[in-house]
Design a protein around this ligand. Structure first.
Ligand code: SAM
Ligand code: SF4
Ligand code: F3S
Length: 520
């Protein structure tokens, strides 16, 4: 939210509403003609805190027997925004819906429940959701029985909840990132009650294992290894919306990866906002990300990826383990954000340009064929032309092959929100265009270097434009198109790169895979 629309405040606010009742289950208020049951609300002060309480791990079933038929004959639809964490949370919610008897639909006209799993990282992500919620008002008037819910990172912001209560009274439920496992109970309340229900936990909860997951892809799967973030980069809202860093126990992660291998999945991406901090919170053992990767390397699954790593905690042990290769692929996404030490300091990234370059060099020297990709923010408060140009030179010096690039977006409640957002929007846009032109150049150059090389591709499916052309990814996550057969989907195929384009390479198959089998 911008400074101009600050009237929705970073603190939860229901002043102007009439309190109807208050008991152990929360409070019910009446606002603009709608009753709202507030079970719990976002609290910025608590979201900022990092307590020392130990995190418990729970293994019980999330869907009680009495709710297993609540969704029979009903359909659900989830719109997902944001990062892989959110995509994976959606897979968990799909699992919960289906355990309750609901079936999926893509058609909003036949959905009994529509959820928006939202992202708060930049303002334009939020604007899209508010635009969509506005459109849903008409649908809700036509079909009052429709349940409309908002969850994910935006729900953790008091300003968003205030705005929904004030301006989008047709929303029926709001819940956050820490209580997804409560979805069955929230749905029960929404189906049987008429009130809007708000249940947003400001403090991260315990770790809940055994949640059902309905994965969308049969080949590739995401596996959370940790939740939350304690880095508090000054521009970033994630530490507030996702809570403190909590690592899943290694035995639970390993059991999930083994199970996915048994089901026929070919590629696992381990997820965390800062995977290199994995295990830092364990009090009973000394076991870090390098140890986890070492153990996962022994599992019979072709490819293991991970995202995202923070340069600060990237230790020597991890580099040693990754250097052994095997199923640990040599693609490292290492967000730099800026190439200027001065800007990095104001971002509180806790490394310098030189330290990042040293790390990039070490990774490229010690891990054979490693490729590096990154994230960059342009137009951070106070970024000068020279400082922006330092980012451009860093991209070349570090040997970056591709990047996600963003214009800085002020997020209320973060330290950078109070810095003057003094780079004019036209300048930000020009910097983004220059950076994107460089990223295209670096990507094409990298692809040209691959021409003539033999590489391994995991066949993912038919290419969008031509059925006989298959597409897949290299170990380093580069997109590859080649003539092939649909029976090869899920197989690893050796190809020789024949031509380079900016965002993909063309290749020819060297030897056809011996056995054709599809992943389960
Ligand atoms: N944890 C990851 C890390 O530290 O590299 C990044 C997670 S964040 C969800 C993904 C990217 O969004 C960040 O790397 C950053 O480039 C970008 N981002 C975060 N906050 C932003 C903001 N306020 N404005 C613009 N981009 C932002
Ligand atoms: Fe945000 Fe920084 Fe945490 Fe990444 S490490 S999620 S950019 S605070
Ligand atoms: Fe967005 Fe939340 Fe991910 S803010 S980027 S969905 S952690």
């Amino acid at each position: 939210m911008t400074k101009e629309t600050k009237d929705f405040s970073k603190y939860f606010d229901f002043s102007g509403a009439k309190v109807i009742s208050e008991d152990q289950s929360g409070k019910t208020i009446r606002l603009n003609g709608r009753d709202i049951h507030i079970v719990s609300e976002p609290d910025y002060r608590q979201e900022k805190q990092r307590g020392k309480e130990e995190i418990q791990v729970h293994y019980e079933n999330a869907v009680p027997d009495e709710l297993k038929s609540l969704g029979l004959g009903k359909k659900y639809l989830i719109y997902t925004y944001g990062c892989q964490m959110n995509e994976h949370d959606t897979e968990v919610m799909r699992g919960l819906f289906e355990e309750m008897g609901y079936t999926a639909t893509e058609d909003r006209m036949e959905a009994a429940v529509i959820l928006y799993n939202t992202c708060a990282v930049r303002e334009n992500a939020e604007d899209k959701v508010f635009g969509e919620l506005g459109h849903m008002k008409v649908l809700k008037q036509q079909r009052p029985e429709l349940i409309l819910g908002v969850c994910g990172c935006m729900s953790q912001e008091a300003s968003v909840v205030n705005r929904i209560m004030q301006k989008h009274a047709h929303v029926d439920m709001i819940f956050g990132t820490h209580n997804i496992h409560r979805l069955p109970y929230l749905l029960q309340e929404a189906h049987f009650g008429k009130e809007m229900v708000i249940d947003v936990w400001s403090k991260e909860g315990d770790i809940i294992e055994n949640l059902p997951k309905k994965r969308t892809d049969g080949l590739r799967a995401w596996v959370n290894i940790m939740y939350g973030c304690d880095k508090f980069c000054t521009y970033c809202i994630v530490p507030y919306t996702r809570g403190k860093e909590r690592s899943r126990l290694p035995e639970d992660v390993i059991a999930e990866v083994r199970d996915l291998a048994r089901q026929g999945f070919k590629e696992i991406t381990l997820l965390g906002q800062n995977v290199n901090a994995y295990g830092k919170d364990f009090t009973d053992r000394s076991y870090r990300f390098g140890d986890l990767m070492g153990d996962i390397q022994k599992i019979d699954i072709p490819r293991i990826r991970f995202t995202t790593s923070h340069p600060r905690d990237f230790d020597e042990h991890l580099i040693e383990v990754l250097a052994k290769g095997g199923n640990l692929v040599e693609h490292i996404h290492l967000p730099v954000q800026s190439g200027s030490t001065e800007v990095l300091k104001r971002m509180s990234r806790k490394y310098t340009r030189e330290r990042y370059l040293e790390l990039a060099e070490r990774i490229r020297n010690e891990i054979p064929n490693a490729t590096l990709t990154t994230d960059v923010i342009v137009g951070f408060p106070g970024e000068t032309e020279e400082q922006f140009e330092e980012t451009l030179t860093l991209m070349r010096e570090a040997g970056i092959t591709s990047a996600y690039t963003y214009i800085y977006s002020p997020r209320e409640g973060t330290p950078a929100f109070d810095m003057a957002d003094d780079v004019p929007i036209e300048v930000k846009q020009k910097r983004l265009a220059r950076l994107n032109a460089l990223v295209s150049e670096l990507s094409l150059k990298h692809h040209q270097e691959l021409v003539g090389q033999v590489i391994e591709v995991m066949v993912e499916g038919e290419s969008k434009n031509k059925a006989s052309v298959m597409s897949g990814r290299s170990r380093t996550n580069k997109l590859i198109h080649f003539e092939g057969k649909t029976e090869w989907i899920g197989q690893l195929v050796q190809v020789r790169v024949t031509a380079a384009q900016t965002w993909y390479v063309k290749a020819e198959v060297i030897s056809e895979p011996a056995v054709a089998s599809n992943a389960g």
